[in-house]
Design a protein around this ligand. Structure first.
Ligand code: V0D
Length: 261
Protein backbone atom coordinates (compact mmCIF):
# COMPACT_ATOMS: atom_id res chain seq x y z
CA UNK A 1 0.00 0.00 0.00
CA UNK A 2 2.72 2.43 1.02
CA UNK A 3 4.83 1.56 -2.00
CA UNK A 4 1.80 1.85 -4.31
CA UNK A 5 0.97 5.30 -2.97
CA UNK A 6 4.59 6.39 -3.23
CA UNK A 7 4.68 5.54 -6.93
CA UNK A 8 1.30 7.15 -7.58
CA UNK A 9 2.41 10.38 -5.93
CA UNK A 10 5.69 10.33 -7.87
CA UNK A 11 3.83 9.75 -11.12
CA UNK A 12 1.40 12.64 -10.55
CA UNK A 13 4.31 14.82 -9.48
CA UNK A 14 6.27 14.01 -12.62
CA UNK A 15 3.29 14.76 -14.85
CA UNK A 16 2.67 18.13 -13.22
CA UNK A 17 6.31 19.03 -13.40
CA UNK A 18 6.36 18.35 -17.12
CA UNK A 19 3.45 20.72 -17.66
CA UNK A 20 5.06 23.49 -15.61
CA UNK A 21 8.36 22.83 -17.30
CA UNK A 22 6.78 23.16 -20.74
CA UNK A 23 5.08 26.37 -19.63
CA UNK A 24 8.44 27.83 -18.58
CA UNK A 25 10.07 26.71 -21.81
CA UNK A 26 7.60 28.67 -23.96
CA UNK A 27 9.26 31.95 -24.81
CA UNK A 28 6.87 34.68 -23.71
CA UNK A 29 8.34 37.22 -26.12
CA UNK A 30 7.59 35.14 -29.23
CA UNK A 31 4.02 34.06 -28.62
CA UNK A 32 1.56 33.60 -31.47
CA UNK A 33 -0.87 36.48 -31.14
CA UNK A 34 -3.74 34.53 -32.63
CA UNK A 35 -4.20 30.74 -32.40
CA UNK A 36 -6.98 29.03 -34.37
CA UNK A 37 -8.16 25.54 -33.39
CA UNK A 38 -10.39 23.00 -35.14
CA UNK A 39 -12.00 21.11 -32.23
CA UNK A 40 -12.23 17.83 -34.13
CA UNK A 41 -12.40 14.18 -33.09
CA UNK A 42 -15.12 14.30 -30.43
CA UNK A 43 -17.47 11.80 -32.09
CA UNK A 44 -14.66 9.38 -32.88
CA UNK A 45 -13.28 9.68 -29.34
CA UNK A 46 -16.66 8.54 -28.00
CA UNK A 47 -17.18 5.77 -30.53
CA UNK A 48 -13.76 4.30 -29.70
CA UNK A 49 -14.96 4.03 -26.11
CA UNK A 50 -18.33 2.54 -27.03
CA UNK A 51 -20.08 5.78 -26.01
CA UNK A 52 -22.63 7.76 -28.03
CA UNK A 53 -21.09 10.54 -30.18
CA UNK A 54 -22.92 13.09 -28.06
CA UNK A 55 -20.81 12.07 -25.04
CA UNK A 56 -17.73 13.01 -27.07
CA UNK A 57 -19.04 16.50 -27.78
CA UNK A 58 -19.68 17.03 -24.10
CA UNK A 59 -16.22 15.71 -23.22
CA UNK A 60 -14.85 18.27 -25.67
CA UNK A 61 -16.02 21.04 -23.36
CA UNK A 62 -13.50 20.15 -20.65
CA UNK A 63 -10.66 20.27 -23.18
CA UNK A 64 -11.99 23.65 -24.29
CA UNK A 65 -11.89 24.99 -20.71
CA UNK A 66 -8.30 23.80 -20.19
CA UNK A 67 -7.11 25.46 -23.37
CA UNK A 68 -8.87 28.75 -22.62
CA UNK A 69 -7.16 28.89 -19.20
CA UNK A 70 -3.77 28.01 -20.65
CA UNK A 71 -4.03 30.57 -23.46
CA UNK A 72 -5.04 33.19 -20.90
CA UNK A 73 -2.10 32.31 -18.60
CA UNK A 74 0.31 32.62 -21.52
CA UNK A 75 -1.05 35.97 -22.62
CA UNK A 76 -2.33 34.96 -26.06
CA UNK A 77 -4.47 37.73 -27.56
CA UNK A 78 -6.99 35.82 -29.70
CA UNK A 79 -8.17 32.23 -29.96
CA UNK A 80 -10.59 31.22 -32.68
CA UNK A 81 -12.37 27.90 -32.19
CA UNK A 82 -14.10 26.01 -34.97
CA UNK A 83 -17.24 24.77 -33.25
CA UNK A 84 -19.75 24.14 -36.05
CA UNK A 85 -19.29 24.44 -39.79
CA UNK A 86 -21.88 25.15 -42.46
CA UNK A 87 -21.31 21.51 -43.54
CA UNK A 88 -22.16 20.08 -40.08
CA UNK A 89 -25.90 20.49 -40.83
CA UNK A 90 -25.55 17.25 -42.85
CA UNK A 91 -25.07 15.24 -39.63
CA UNK A 92 -27.96 13.24 -38.10
CA UNK A 93 -30.77 15.50 -36.86
CA UNK A 94 -30.37 14.34 -33.26
CA UNK A 95 -26.67 15.20 -33.23
CA UNK A 96 -27.30 18.65 -34.73
CA UNK A 97 -29.99 19.34 -32.13
CA UNK A 98 -27.65 18.29 -29.35
CA UNK A 99 -24.83 20.45 -30.69
CA UNK A 100 -27.15 23.45 -30.94
CA UNK A 101 -27.84 23.23 -27.21
CA UNK A 102 -24.15 23.10 -26.25
CA UNK A 103 -23.41 26.85 -26.47
CA UNK A 104 -26.28 27.53 -24.04
CA UNK A 105 -25.13 24.80 -21.68
CA UNK A 106 -21.53 25.96 -21.91
CA UNK A 107 -22.34 29.63 -21.41
CA UNK A 108 -24.69 28.97 -18.51
CA UNK A 109 -21.77 27.41 -16.63
CA UNK A 110 -18.87 29.48 -17.94
CA UNK A 111 -20.06 33.01 -18.66
CA UNK A 112 -19.29 34.12 -15.07
CA UNK A 113 -15.73 32.81 -15.38
CA UNK A 114 -15.26 34.47 -18.77
CA UNK A 115 -16.52 37.84 -17.49
CA UNK A 116 -14.32 37.65 -14.37
CA UNK A 117 -11.32 36.84 -16.51
CA UNK A 118 -11.82 39.91 -18.71
CA UNK A 119 -12.41 37.71 -21.80
CA UNK A 120 -14.19 39.13 -24.87
CA UNK A 121 -16.53 36.67 -26.63
CA UNK A 122 -16.96 37.09 -30.37
CA UNK A 123 -18.40 34.89 -33.09
CA UNK A 124 -17.81 34.50 -36.80
CA UNK A 125 -20.32 32.81 -39.09
CA UNK A 126 -24.00 33.14 -39.85
CA UNK A 127 -25.88 33.27 -36.53
CA UNK A 128 -29.20 34.10 -38.22
CA UNK A 129 -29.68 30.51 -39.37
CA UNK A 130 -29.37 28.85 -35.94
CA UNK A 131 -32.18 28.19 -33.39
CA UNK A 132 -33.53 31.25 -31.58
CA UNK A 133 -32.57 30.20 -28.05
CA UNK A 134 -29.00 29.40 -29.09
CA UNK A 135 -28.75 32.78 -30.80
CA UNK A 136 -30.08 34.49 -27.72
CA UNK A 137 -27.55 32.84 -25.39
CA UNK A 138 -24.67 33.72 -27.71
CA UNK A 139 -25.78 37.32 -28.26
CA UNK A 140 -26.14 37.77 -24.50
CA UNK A 141 -22.61 36.43 -23.94
CA UNK A 142 -21.20 38.71 -26.64
CA UNK A 143 -23.03 41.74 -25.19
CA UNK A 144 -22.00 41.04 -21.61
CA UNK A 145 -18.28 40.74 -22.46
CA UNK A 146 -18.13 43.62 -24.94
CA UNK A 147 -16.58 46.04 -22.43
CA UNK A 148 -13.87 43.55 -21.46
CA UNK A 149 -10.33 44.22 -22.62
CA UNK A 150 -8.55 40.85 -22.31
CA UNK A 151 -8.22 37.82 -24.55
CA UNK A 152 -10.65 37.48 -27.46
CA UNK A 153 -12.45 34.13 -27.52
CA UNK A 154 -13.79 33.86 -31.04
CA UNK A 155 -16.24 31.03 -31.82
CA UNK A 156 -16.66 30.04 -35.47
CA UNK A 157 -20.27 28.96 -35.49
CA UNK A 158 -22.22 28.05 -38.62
CA UNK A 159 -19.05 29.24 -40.32
CA UNK A 160 -17.79 28.44 -43.82
CA UNK A 161 -14.71 30.03 -45.38
CA UNK A 162 -16.03 30.18 -48.94
CA UNK A 163 -19.35 31.62 -47.76
CA UNK A 164 -17.40 34.26 -45.84
CA UNK A 165 -15.45 35.22 -48.98
CA UNK A 166 -18.65 35.44 -51.07
CA UNK A 167 -20.14 37.61 -48.32
CA UNK A 168 -17.19 40.00 -48.53
CA UNK A 169 -17.47 40.14 -52.33
CA UNK A 170 -21.16 41.02 -52.05
CA UNK A 171 -20.57 43.76 -49.44
CA UNK A 172 -17.76 45.28 -51.53
CA UNK A 173 -19.66 45.17 -54.83
CA UNK A 174 -22.61 46.86 -53.18
CA UNK A 175 -20.38 49.65 -51.89
CA UNK A 176 -18.97 50.06 -55.39
CA UNK A 177 -22.46 50.07 -56.97
CA UNK A 178 -23.64 52.67 -54.48
CA UNK A 179 -20.59 54.81 -55.14
CA UNK A 180 -19.15 54.52 -51.60
CA UNK A 181 -16.01 52.76 -52.85
CA UNK A 182 -14.03 52.98 -56.12
CA UNK A 183 -13.31 49.64 -57.81
CA UNK A 184 -9.57 50.40 -57.96
CA UNK A 185 -9.51 51.10 -54.23
CA UNK A 186 -10.09 47.39 -53.50
CA UNK A 187 -6.95 46.08 -51.80
CA UNK A 188 -6.17 43.01 -49.71
CA UNK A 189 -6.52 45.21 -46.64
CA UNK A 190 -9.97 46.48 -47.67
CA UNK A 191 -11.04 42.95 -48.56
CA UNK A 192 -9.89 41.61 -45.16
CA UNK A 193 -11.94 44.25 -43.37
CA UNK A 194 -15.10 42.92 -45.06
CA UNK A 195 -14.59 39.39 -43.73
CA UNK A 196 -16.21 38.24 -40.47
CA UNK A 197 -12.85 38.60 -38.76
CA UNK A 198 -12.78 42.35 -39.57
CA UNK A 199 -9.98 43.90 -37.55
CA UNK A 200 -8.80 40.64 -35.89
CA UNK A 201 -5.24 39.84 -37.09
CA UNK A 202 -4.74 36.67 -39.16
CA UNK A 203 -3.95 33.50 -37.15
CA UNK A 204 -0.26 32.80 -36.54
CA UNK A 205 -0.87 29.16 -35.68
CA UNK A 206 -3.58 26.64 -36.60
CA UNK A 207 -3.98 23.52 -34.48
CA UNK A 208 -5.95 20.57 -35.82
CA UNK A 209 -6.29 17.47 -33.65
CA UNK A 210 -7.87 14.11 -34.69
CA UNK A 211 -5.36 13.09 -37.37
CA UNK A 212 -7.13 14.82 -40.28
CA UNK A 213 -4.72 16.83 -42.43
CA UNK A 214 -7.09 19.35 -44.00
CA UNK A 215 -8.26 22.94 -43.61
CA UNK A 216 -11.94 21.97 -44.14
CA UNK A 217 -13.20 25.39 -45.28
CA UNK A 218 -11.90 27.12 -42.14
CA UNK A 219 -10.56 30.70 -42.42
CA UNK A 220 -9.52 30.22 -46.04
CA UNK A 221 -8.32 33.78 -46.65
CA UNK A 222 -6.86 34.32 -43.17
CA UNK A 223 -4.70 31.16 -43.13
CA UNK A 224 -2.53 32.29 -46.08
CA UNK A 225 0.71 32.47 -44.00
CA UNK A 226 -0.37 30.59 -40.88
CA UNK A 227 1.84 27.84 -39.44
CA UNK A 228 -0.08 24.55 -39.34
CA UNK A 229 0.23 22.03 -36.48
CA UNK A 230 -1.46 18.64 -36.56
CA UNK A 231 -1.80 15.87 -33.99
CA UNK A 232 -3.58 12.49 -33.99
CA UNK A 233 -4.89 13.15 -30.48
CA UNK A 234 -8.68 13.54 -30.41
CA UNK A 235 -10.03 16.86 -29.13
CA UNK A 236 -11.43 15.52 -25.79
CA UNK A 237 -7.90 14.28 -24.95
CA UNK A 238 -6.24 17.54 -25.97
CA UNK A 239 -4.73 19.29 -22.94
CA UNK A 240 -2.34 22.02 -21.82
CA UNK A 241 0.70 19.90 -22.60
CA UNK A 242 -0.26 19.48 -26.27
CA UNK A 243 -1.13 23.16 -26.50
CA UNK A 244 2.24 24.18 -25.04
CA UNK A 245 4.01 21.71 -27.35
CA UNK A 246 2.27 23.24 -30.38
CA UNK A 247 3.39 26.71 -29.31
CA UNK A 248 6.95 25.54 -28.67
CA UNK A 249 7.06 23.95 -32.14
CA UNK A 250 5.69 27.16 -33.63
CA UNK A 251 8.45 29.13 -31.92
CA UNK A 252 11.09 26.89 -33.49
CA UNK A 253 9.84 27.59 -37.00
CA UNK A 254 11.14 30.40 -39.12
CA UNK A 255 8.33 32.44 -40.58
CA UNK A 256 9.16 33.97 -43.94
CA UNK A 257 5.82 35.22 -45.30
CA UNK A 258 7.00 34.40 -48.81
CA UNK A 259 10.31 36.25 -48.43
CA UNK A 260 13.72 34.60 -48.12
CA UNK A 261 15.17 36.33 -45.01
C1 V0D B 1 -18.80 20.52 -29.20
C2 V0D B 1 -15.89 20.75 -28.30
C3 V0D B 1 -18.81 25.72 -26.77
C4 V0D B 1 -16.33 20.84 -29.73
C5 V0D B 1 -16.48 21.80 -27.40
C6 V0D B 1 -22.53 23.73 -31.83
C7 V0D B 1 -17.65 20.24 -30.09
C8 V0D B 1 -17.96 21.61 -27.18
C9 V0D B 1 -19.53 26.30 -27.79
C10 V0D B 1 -19.87 27.72 -27.93
C11 V0D B 1 -19.32 22.93 -28.83
C12 V0D B 1 -20.25 28.26 -29.14
C13 V0D B 1 -20.55 29.61 -29.24
C14 V0D B 1 -20.45 30.42 -28.15
C15 V0D B 1 -20.07 29.91 -26.94
C16 V0D B 1 -19.77 28.57 -26.83
C17 V0D B 1 -19.78 25.26 -28.67
C18 V0D B 1 -20.51 24.13 -30.50
C19 V0D B 1 -19.98 22.95 -30.04
C20 V0D B 1 -21.19 24.16 -31.82
F1 V0D B 1 -20.73 31.73 -28.25
N1 V0D B 1 -18.66 24.42 -26.99
N2 V0D B 1 -19.25 24.11 -28.15
N3 V0D B 1 -20.41 25.27 -29.84
N4 V0D B 1 -18.76 21.74 -28.39
Amino acid sequence: MGVYLYFRVMKVDKRQKREEELFREVSKGKLPEHVAIIMDGNGRWAQKRGLPRLAGHRAGISALKKIITCAQELGIKVITLYAFSTENWKRPKREVEFLMRLPEEYLEKELGFLIENNIVIKTIGDLDEIPGLTQKAIRKAVASTKQNTGMILNFAFNYGGRAEIIGAVKKISREVLEGRLQWDEITEEIFSKHLYTGSIPDPDLLIRPSGELRISNFLLWQLAYTELWFTRVMWPDFNKKYFLKAIKDYQKRERRFGGIL
